[in-house]
Design a protein around this ligand. Sequence first.
Ligand code: PBG
Length: 338
Amino acid sequence: MLPIPYKRPRRLRGSEAIRSMVRENHLDAVDLISPIFVINGVDRAEAITSMPGVFRFTVDRAVAEAGAVAALGIPAVLLFGIPNQKDARGSAACDPGEAVQRAVAAIKHHYPDLLVITDVCLCEYSDHGHCGLVKDGLILNDETLPRLAEIALSHVRAGADLVAPSDMMDGRVAAMRSALDAEGFTDRAIISYAVKYASAFYGPFRHAAGSAPQFGCRRTYQMDPANVREALREATLDLEEGADMIMVKPALSYLDVIRAVRETVDVPVVTYNVSGEYAMVKAAAQNGWIDEERVVLEQLLSMKRAGADLIITYHAKDAAGWLQRSKDKKILEGSLDV
Ligand code: PBG
């Protein structure tokens, strides 16, 4: 006869009350950051077809979107700008009259407590679509640094609380830190996209921002998906240069990297649940193949479990709404559903 098991893990799974008591990881609206794409013009919202539910907003509409984000208890937005004009140097990127700079100021004016983070990069603003300056088909590193610092400064002058460089040039964090400090912006933080892979999951974003490289690829500056030791080197370097938080991007195919970075650095770790990850879930949900709410919450929780403190995600508003609803329901029902 088989012995009766006297160690029974199922004892701690019998009801939602006990499951919630022994739960190891939690997801909350305060963990989330909601991206917003901004364009020039007025009162327009352009649907991004490859990212159902995501729009390009004019500044006035971006302010309304930021208000909706804040009302859900999400503490921060991440702004991306799409200019009218692109050129080789990405000149529009540091224009105080451009969409991002105006959106930062308008959002901070209407919602001073909502944190505004800006993406700092050249690819949305350059006609070649690369994240740095280009000469003879090569992506220049050191020549790009002052441009990036200038862009970060223009965002911070407009009121950005944090800047997030996503270009992957070497030395950009130090260049930005000293430029910000030189103008007295010692209080503004840098979230470094320190660990950014050359990923196929950025496809829908590039469609949204019109930022696909016009020649070559990003593999000379973004990381090889095969590497994890290199991620730790990147994270350590950016901390030495003055980064306040470290980002790992994308999220779902890199949960092991999030864990490794979490165990190496002592600053907050952010992960970016990118456009391709979002698009796949949306497509399957629209076909009725998966339960969108459960899949999204499971994926976001897996990022927390891997060690991320914060998650940038296009699901942020939906997730915050679902989390609030289930909290309300539990309170109403006294957590008694089994
Ligand atoms: C700009 C940038 C990209 C993303 C964030 N900042 C695109 C890229 O590097 O090609 C991707 C975000 C996403 O896919 O959701 N450098």
